[in-house]
Design a protein around this ligand. Sequence first.
Ligand code: NAD
Ligand code: WQD
Length: 347
Amino acid sequence: MTTARSTVLVTGGAGYIGSHLCVELLQAGFQVIVVDNLCNARYKSLDAVERITQKPLTFVEADIRDESALTRIFRTNDIDAVIHFAGLKAVGESTEQPALYYDNNINGTLKLIEAMQQSACRTLVFSSSATVYRSPPELPLTEDSPTGPSNPYGRSKLMIEEILRDLSAADPDWRISALRYFNPVGAHPSGEIGEDPAGPPNNLMPFISQVAVGRRTKLHIFGNDYDTHDGTGVRDYIHVVDLARGHLKALDYLAEHCGMTVHNLGTGNGYSVLDAVRAFEAASGVTIPYEVVERRPGDTAASYADVGRARDELGWCAEYDLEAMCADAWRWQSRHPEGFGVGGEDE
Ligand code: NAD
Ligand code: WQD
């Protein structure tokens, strides 16, 4: 059972979403242990978490596929819940290296489950993704919308959900929450932690931020002939702090409910690429040069969530709007033009 004094293990906690979650957990009074192999993060993010919160956390540098490291963590700590972010997330790379993605994401999750089974901990919050839904989607996407991911990354997320569902069916003591994130963006309002992709960003918001700060020359807009209000792709962007807070609500929910649940975490609003560019320009005062190019293969015209289930069952709603997402992303990017040093330099 988790309470505000509980100890939470955060896998992948040095990463973008994980570091924001650590801030929220520490501020709520939880003890936090992070396990991360730093394949896509720097320890500096956790230093910043401690600075923001003025509270310490425990860091273990290890791969979640390393059974002995995980077993040691569970033996030496009384862990009440696990929030599981550790995974690889680049859609294009997953198509080129599917085995790497299945090994890291699925095998990693299986090792985590094994270690949890050897301990008394049966509470798990899993980072799933809106990418598990079938495309083109019927909008808005509810948790019951048909699934059918179109790439190995998305399939790894859906397979993990299925593994977790089987686990909870086999043993009713499990308390599992799969959270399907829409498009997490923005940064902590302190400007001390934020998204720091390695190499040229695959995602829209970090690309816009890097253009604004002068690391990239212009944004390529992938198509303006979609059936949307201005022809560019529409997505449900959600502030990473709102997203992090959704995990605390999921922990509260799991304290009262056994079994497995699935919730969308989004705002329910769809914004186009051009809406995002304009909002970022307004927040930063910087003009974003762009060029419209071909559609990106695999992209869908529009995707946004029905957030009713998270509101009704978790008591959670996003609070920040697109303006705040852009303002906070810009504060982070302008104060830390090179991020934590994970990313590459200009094109
Ligand atoms: P991120 O890459 O910043 O964070 C993932 C962290 O996991 C990194 O710090 C990385 O070093 C670590 N990691 C990866 N494999 C590991 C392993 N085998 N052992 C230990 N540590 C490992 O990504 P993020 O954006 O913070 O995403 C967190 C989670 O949320 C991921 O599972 C991702 O698939 C999921 N998700 C992200 C988005 C998004 O757009 N950012 C959307 C939906 C779901
Ligand atoms: C948003 C919009 C692009 C970049 C991806 C993953 C998904 C999830 C979230 C993890 C689209 C357009 C983008 C650019 C552009 N991640 N775009 N120029 O594709 O909704 O989702 O991230 O689970 O799995 O697929 O997000 O930010 O890449 O794209 O025009 O340089 O911006 O075409 O319309 P997406 P995105």
